[in-house]
Ligand binder design. Structure first.
Ligand code: CA
Length: 227
């Protein structure tokens, strides 16, 4: 399977050049020109790596990176910074970027850095934190869920919701909070979306869907993970 890279860059020439070259190297590439669209894609799909320009129109690359980590994503991020943005490198790394390259960069250097991060991400999967409840085993970093030893297919969003629940184990989680932290600030969604996804997760993970043991309903509030 070829690795999937999300390219977030607003300079059309650079996008074309990077897109061409990355495809030649065997990567799948999806390109967007602004941060809001990048986050929307990152909420819905799984990528192996993100190339993230700092100077984007609207939301900056730094904001995108911060929001991405706040969502709980550990996808490797390489920031693309301009030479004048020395401060941004430091801030970028603090906000959770894994690496950066300074424009104009040598393609070989970028490719080498991409390879290093992809290898590191792959190597770290088995060592990722593993959470067990009932007959369910969740590998948080590898985004892998098994039930009674069999792989369970979750959508990217279902997995994000499950991870959020696990990371907030025992806490009362309001529907609005879940919507905000798992889905982000997207307009057309209502808290009903949360209920629907919780229903799907229960069907896939609960031993008795009618009497959930792990994802418990708190009347008038929302949900609690009790695994
Ligand atoms: Ca730019």
């Amino acid at each position: 399977m070829s690795k999937k890279i999300l390219l977030v860059e607003d300079e059309a020439d650079l996008v074309m050049m990077l897109d061409d070259r990355l495809r030649v190297e065997g990567y799948q590439v999806e390109a967007v020109a602004d941060g809001e669209r990048a986050l929307a894609l990152l909420r819905e799909h799984v990528y192996d790596l993100v190339l993230l320009d700092v100077g984007l129109p609207g939301m900056s690359g730094l904001d995108v990176c911060q929001e991405l980590r706040r969502m709980g994503s550990s996808v490797p991020v390489i920031m693309l910074t301009a030479r004048s943005q020395v401060v941004d490198k430091v801030v970028g790394l603090k906000l959770g970027a894994d690496d950066y390259v300074t424009k104009p960069f040598e393609m070989m250097e970028l490719l080498a850095r991409i390879e290093v991060l992809l290898r590191r991400a792959q190597a770290s999967v088995p060592a990722g934190p593993v959470v067990e409840f009932g007959d369910v085993v969740v590998n948080l970093r590898g985004a892998e869920v098994r039930r009674a030893g069999e792989p369970v297919a979750l959508s990217a969003r279902e997995f994000q919701l499950l991870r959020y629940l696990i990371e907030h184990r025992g806490e009362a989680l309001g529907r609005d909070q879940l919507l905000r932290d798992v889905w982000g600030y997207e307009s057309a969604l209502t808290t009903r979306t949360v209920d629907v996804h919780v229903g799907w997760l229960r069907q896939k993970l609960e031993p008795d869907v009618k009497h959930p043991r792990f994802i418990v309903t708190l009347q008038g509030i929302g949900y609690k993970f009790a695994g």
